[in-house]
Design a protein around this ligand. Sequence first.
Ligand SMILES: NC(=O)c1ccc[n+]([C@@H]2O[C@H](COP(=O)([O-])OP(=O)(O)OC[C@H]3O[C@@H](n4cnc5c(N)ncnc54)[C@H](OP(=O)(O)O)[C@@H]3O)[C@@H](O)[C@H]2O)c1
Length: 156
Amino acid sequence: MDWMTGFSFRSGLIEEYAETTGAVLGGRDGWDAYPDAGNIYGGAWEGPLFVLTHHPEDAQPADGVTFLSCDVAEAVRIGLEAAGGKNLEVFSPTIGRQLLERGLIDEVDLHIVPVLLGDGVRLFDNPGSGPVRLELLNGDDHSAAVNLRYRPVTTS
Ligand SMILES: NC(=O)c1ccc[n+]([C@@H]2O[C@H](COP(=O)([O-])OP(=O)(O)OC[C@H]3O[C@@H](n4cnc5c(N)ncnc54)[C@H](OP(=O)(O)O)[C@@H]3O)[C@@H](O)[C@H]2O)c1
């Protein structure tokens, strides 16, 4: 994820997440790649982190982290309970996809940053599924398309 630097986000965004997030649910790959529960939102957020895995027995225990091996809907139930009325944020494309299929995603918070990736885990990958329609929540027109115009940055 070394490409994730050098972008500017609107001010107050991180603080908003820190305030509205009650718990985080992630997958085992993300955890294994970044096994640091203290660095969520750069350390601005603290709270319970749940990591879904088929093999919790070989996970290194960590403070504030619970390894779950259960149905994805059960993981959401546990996470929401821990979130105490705040949001349960899903930090995983594959878990997000499973939850979309089950109708268990309330909102998708999408950040578009100016970089094209040729490889990696897709944001949404579900061969054979139908289109998943979304409504834009921050704006009056829920069906509004978002137009962005960029140019490639030339590096010499
Ligand atoms: N943007 C961020 O904040 C952030 C943070 C961390 C990582 N990432 C990136 O996100 C990517 C990870 O995405 P990913 O989707 O490949 O991995 P992931 O969701 O982090 O992990 C996938 C793994 O989670 C476990 N899992 C998923 N669904 C499960 C279920 N229903 N039951 C039990 N276990 C389940 C499985 O692990 P096992 O089969 O091994 O048990 C599966 O292989 C990485 O490329 C990483 O760089 C982003």
